[in-house]
Write a protein that binds this ligand. Structure first.
Ligand code: AMP
Ligand code: MG
Length: 366
């Protein structure tokens, strides 16, 4: 702990009101303009921002996160009109979608123009763009020049940050400033839609659902790599091929009826205790009483998908803090945001799922 505290470099600035904190935001914007990095809150997760039009700033982002340099960054803008300044063309469909969903948790991918360096797009000829729905993010993007490349502000591979303290834990030693806007609202990364394809394709599910997208742009399909990752299909979003969102201990998803899952997890807690291993359990609050021992974290009520989304990454990080040896999670069903929750949970689990039935448990890969 002490070593970490000594190495902390970042100034952490609490922003409660953008108007009152105008000077701090301008100072953060100056850092961005000078090629430095600033972490900031958005409505999805905290982002690690750098000037998207500055190749050296993008290189710094990869370095700070330990992110593979072929994993492109999302460019954040503060006005819909900025989109046209960094892409070849804005098709009518995209304009309509952006008008409807921005600011909000939606990222679109289009062919880039020459203003966007390849360092920002991981060498691709397309660029991912989003306008975040958060006053601090908006104010910072404006102060920083209008185009801010920002992946999630975590060490690559770890659960994304939903609190400023998560950012400080992972990157506090590597960056000069963190803007603390309190807990984020959604807690999962944006929906990504690729418009470089004939039919718009969802590369990452998020809070904007497939049905909503179809309502705005008509036919939309899901990237095949999203549907089954073990079929040897390369996901189109380079980032989706990496282990992601993961706590340090091995995570396994337990699927089945509440009773069968509780029985299977309780057996593992007992076996863990016998072997002096700490077992973590992630469950909905309605089921907490079913588990005997272990380190139990309630993710929220089963009827509240938004709470489950908001709490997922924090709970995974708390298991790290408790230094559990293994984690077992229930599978979570929720309307709208449900596919995004299960997408992240499956990735964090390396797609390890155990189906629990009265007859016994069986491992399957999703
Ligand atoms: P993060 O920045 O951590 O939220 O991750 C951004 C995601 O967007 C990664 O999975 C990237 O692979 C994906 N992405 C960004 N730009 C592109 C692009 N031009 N084409 C395909 N996927 C992209
Ligand atoms: Mg990320």
């Amino acid at each position: 702990m002490q070593r970490k505290a000594k190495r902390m470099r970042a100034e952490i600035i609490r922003i409660t009101d953008c108007k009152k904190c105008r000077r701090e935001i301008l100072r953060a914007g100056e850092l961005l303009r000078a090629g430095e990095l600033v972490a900031f809150p958005t409505e999805t997760v905290y982002g690690l921002g750098g000037n998207a039009l500055d190749q050296n700033a993008s290189k710094k982002i990869y370095q700070a996160k330990g992110r593979p340099s072929d994993n492109p960054l999302i460019v954040h803008i503060a006005e819909v009109e900025s989109l046209a300044k960094i892409v070849v063309d804005v098709p009518e469909k995209v304009r309509r979608l952006a008008e409807a969903c921005w600011p909000g948790p939606l990222t679109v991918i289009l062919p880039k123009n020459g203003r966007v360096p390849y360092e920002t797009t991981g060498g691709l000829d397309s660029v991912a763009v989003r306008m975040p729905d958060h006053p601090v993010a908006m104010a910072l993007i404006q102060a920083g020049g209008g185009f801010v490349a920002a992946p999630s502000a975590n060490t690559s591979g770890r659960p994304s940050p939903t609190l400023a303290s998560h950012v400080a834990e992972d990157l506090g030693w590597a960056i000069p400033m963190i803007l603390d806007g309190g807990p984020v609202g959604i807690g999962l990364e944006s929906t990504i839609v690729d418009f470089t394809e004939e039919i718009p394709t969802v590369l990452r599910p998020g809070a904007v659902s497939l049905d909503e997208l179809r309502g705005y742009v008509g036919e939309v399909r899901l990237d095949r790599g999203l549907l089954r990752e073990d079929a040897g299909i390369r996901p189109k979003a380079p980032g989706m091929k990496y282990r992601h969102y993961a706590p340090k201990a091995e995570l396994t998803i337990m699927a089945g009826t509440d009773e069968a899952v509780a029985r299977a997890i309780n057996r593992r807690i007992q076996e863990g205790e016998a072997a002096r291993k700490k077992v973590g359990v992630l469950c909905v609050s309605e089921n907490a009483a079913l588990y005997r021992g272990g380190v139990c974290r309630c993710i929220g009520s089963r009827s509240d998908g938004e709470a489950i989304a908001r709490n997922l990454y924090r709970c995974l990080r708390e298991f790290d803090e408790c230094q559990v040896d293994a984690i077992y999670s229930e599978a979570f069903e929720a309307p709208r945001i449900g596919p995004a929750i299960m997408n992240r949970l499956l990735k964090a689990a390396g797609r390890r799922v155990i189906r629990c039935t009265d007859e016994g448990d069986e491992e399957e890969r999703k």
